[in-house]
Design a protein around this ligand. Structure first.
Ligand code: ATP
Length: 421
């Protein structure tokens, strides 16, 4: 089955809003066994929207549009599609009642402008909007109404509202049952193995030969580089899809070994918190250049309080001295970004919090502050435990935000590796 998505909205084209529908819908559809074949984003412009819907319907069995269903002057998708398909807009009493109820709950009268949302193309299925007012719409489009007519008899056009908090529940509650009813999905399996510590090209070099035999049998392999991590995506469809992905995954796991920290939606911080719990260990942090970013990631994990005791954001030298007991002489002699300072920060945090582990990080995020000896991107990561302190020097010569993100991932990775031995 061919599925196409059309995201409308001038705000997308102006770079003012990130097109999250594209990613969210593709993911949801793939999980249902329907891989999207094409996706376009277009401005709120009459002829462009009509052209895009016409073209998509000529190719695809299912077309999903997002946005432009609201009450304002730039919300024109419903009207344009009705015109394109030669359908009258008729008032839907369920939508009228829904909108009345929506505003009554808020002790308000419906604004006159919402009236336009009560008109829907004749014959359309209406999805009442549980978190807003504009209904979603679904239309079975007979091929004879298309110009030129299509050979496929099953064509559906689904129109969803723009705001993510409206689109997402509507998709799950109303669109998923419709798709299950109308389109038998091909068995499709997608598994992502997440690795750290090796670059994207090296990952491919390492696993390519081992996967060759499975690729010949239909396994799809994709790579996605992220800050400090590389995802290996394995996909397959058809009756043998599960075993193909499982065997391919086992090969990747064997070759990359400990570099694999998880799969699919696993984040390295979730894995670290889980391992700390499993080993009944606690951790504390002494952060300088990451500015609290590591603590933020750890505390994003539900249940982190069982293993994370706290952290110090010791950005200034004075904070390193007073909060972590780093000696002024060492700071003076080696500089704040140095192996001895990272070591003392980790020891200080471990003593301060009485934790099993303490990780310290100090580095030069840039764009200024680099020297020939310690260029921008230089980082020292220290890990203190009952066995002593290990310090590692790394270079992350990226822009400031990427530097912080990559460095935080590397710190979490050090901890993970220590925990898995
Ligand atoms: P409304 O009733 O709010 O006008 P609508 O169905 O007409 O809803 P739009 O006006 O196109 O939708 O978009 C409303 C808001 O939804 C946008 O300002 C934006 O914040 C968000 N939005 C729209 N499209 C996307 C998208 N592709 N990805 C993420 N957010 C989006």
């Amino acid at each position: 089955m061919n599925v196409e998505i059309i995201n409308t909205g001038s705000e997308l084209m102006l770079g003012r809003v990130l097109n999250t529908h594209q990613q969210w819908l593709c993911r949801r559809l793939a999980d249902l066994g329907h891989v999207v074949t094409r996706q376009v984003a277009i401005a709120d412009d009459g002829s462009e929207i009509q052209n895009a819907v016409r073209e998509a319907l000529s190719r695809a069995d299912l077309v999903i549009t997002t946005g432009g269903l609201g009450p304002t002057s730039d919300d024109i998708t419903r009207e344009l599609v009705a015109q394109l398909l030669g359908r009258k807009l008729v008032q839907n009493q369920d939508v009228v009642e829904h909108i009345k109820g929506f505003f009554a709950k808020r002790n308000r009268q419906p604004p006159l402008k919402t009236d336009v949302e009560t008109f829907v193309p004749e014959g359309a299925l209406v999805f009442l909007n549980q978190t807003g007012t504009a209904p979603g719409l679904a239309m079975h489009v007979p091929s004879s109404t298309l110009n030129p007519p299509s050979s496929s008899s099953k064509k559906w056009l689904i129109m969803l509202p723009g705001p993510p908090r409206e689109l997402r529940p509507m998709f799950d509650d109303a669109v998923v049952p419709l798709l299950k009813r109308e389109f038998a999905a091909e068995n499709f399996v997608c598994r992502t193995l997440r690795s750290t510590g090796i670059g994207e090209s090296r990952v491919q070099e390492m696993i390519e030969a081992g996967l060759e035999e499975f690729v010949k049998r239909g396994l799809g392999v994709g790579y996605c580089a992220r800050p400090g991590a590389v995802d290996v995506r394995l996909t397959a469809s058809g009756s043998g899809a599960e075993s193909l992905v499982r065997y391919g995954g086992a090969v990747v796991q064997t070759i990359l070994g400990d570099h694999i920290f998880g799969s699919d939606d696993d984040e390295i911080e979730n894995v670290v918190v889980h391992l700390l719990k499993e080993h009944k260990k606690t951790v504390a942090l002494a952060e300088s250049c990451t500015g609290g970013g590591i603590a933020n990631r750890i505390t994003n994990v539900p249940g982190a309080s069982a293993v994370f005791l706290g952290g110090v954001v010791s950005y200034a030298n004075s904070a390193k001295e007073t909060l972590l007991g780093v000696s002024p002489e060492i700071l003076q002699q080696h500089g704040a970004v140095s192996e001895p300072v990272a070591r003392e920060m980790a020891l200080g945090a471990r003593a301060e919090f009485s934790s099993d582990f303490a990780v310290a990080v100090t580095g030069i995020a840039g764009p200024d502050g680099g020297t020939p000896d310690k260029p921008v991107g230089t980082v020292f990561i220290a890990l203190a435990s009952a066995d002593g302190v290990e310090v590692e020097r790394l270079l992350n010569p990226w822009d400031r935000l990427t530097f912080k993100d990559v460095t935080a991932t590397q710190v979490l990775e050090r901890l993970r590796r220590r925990l898995v031995g």
